[in-house]
Design a protein around this ligand. Structure first.
Ligand SMILES: [Zn+2]
Length: 88
């Protein structure tokens, strides 16, 4: 099993329709599956999801850390800034 660090959501990043999963209990991962990776918070290293496969950790999967409140997304998801900002 591999441990993967997630990344912080960038300000202005496109909001996706799926909501952000909130970790209510910092000692309990939000997601638990049968995949090969564990995912940890970029800021404090808290475990947010365990046993997840990379294909499940898409841009729709965002997790707010129960310890430091950082919103994390899989580091493999590219940053897509919103194009809806007013043109200059
Ligand atoms: Zn954290």
């Amino acid at each position: 099993m591999a441990v993967k660090q997630m990344r912080r959501i960038v300000e202005g990043e496109v909001p996706f329709d799926a909501g952000t999963a909130v970790q209510e209990d910092a000692d309990r991962p939000v997601f638990r599956g049968n995949g090969e990776n564990d995912y940890v918070c970029v800021e404090c290293g808290n475990v947010l999801a365990i046993g997840m496969s990379a294909e499940h950790m898409t841009k729709r999967v965002r997790i707010r850390c129960g310890r430091c409140r950082t919103i994390n997304v899989s580091a493999e998801v590219p940053v897509e800034l919103s194009r809806r900002r007013a043109p200059r």
